[in-house]
Design a protein around this ligand. Sequence first.
Ligand SMILES: N[C@@H](CCC[C@H](N)C(=O)O)C(=O)O
Length: 290
Amino acid sequence: MTSSPRVLLGHGTENDFVVLPDPDGRVWDGDRLDAATVRRLCDRRAGLGGDGVLRLVRSAHVPDAPAVLGDDLAACEWFMDHRNADGSYAEMCGNGIRLFLHALVAEGLLDRAACADGVLVGTRGGPRRVGAAADGGYWVDMGPAREFGRGAAELGGRSFPGLAVSMGNPHLASLTDVDVDSLDLTRAPEFDAGLFPDGVNVELVNVLAPGAHVRLRVFERGVGETRSCGTGACAAAYAALRADGATEGTVVVDVPGGRLTVQVTTGTTVLSGPAVLVATGSLCPEWLAG
Ligand SMILES: N[C@@H](CCC[C@H](N)C(=O)O)C(=O)O
């Protein structure tokens, strides 16, 4: 391991990440990026601060890539090794994967012009196609939203019923008339562990225009309240369309950190939005050793 590993900071609609370039898996191999190190990196006072960590690594150097990618392993040169701020793994991250591609381009590991039609990136939820958009942002084909029941989140003594939706990772998307800005999300919502045995990301959603425009706040599994969630935006868009009696459509999703667009079709879901790099540098060996 180099003594001062390279690091970038960036965000997608203010869902922010510590990005660790490690193309050949030599910087953060073995258990160097263990849960405790992820927590230290994401600490907003004693570390760099972030909702999670993204390691830029080739799939060939990720021990669990063959199991999660199967026959698609060879087609996915790159793997988004994502961690939540608490050190846990998540299957998928919609804001993170746009930043992942942006960082690969910024690091000179991919040519942006060659990404217009998208490149296949490995994730623990399977392969996802991510591309550079003409407006300077990025799009990602997230795969179909998969509904798996109805549940409710309990928050501040109130019940928020909603749709259980998988975007690779689990979501409860609750459309509500309660102004989401009035909610206290400093504490985790309670949920039905039978429906969500691996935990859940909870989206509280106000519909601004039926089937076309929503705004949301989100409490993420493994993180807490975040300023945005790409997979959560997809789950919310799907729930909003279903409530409008539709299975297809384009929904603008306003999050505290900006705006995302979600296009839902019967076969898939395409998420579009920005990715921003804020800083590049290196980790101090003394801090890492501490
Ligand atoms: N912020 C992400 C989702 C990150 C993973 C999530 N916390 C989970 O544990 O499923 C996004 O943009 O999708």
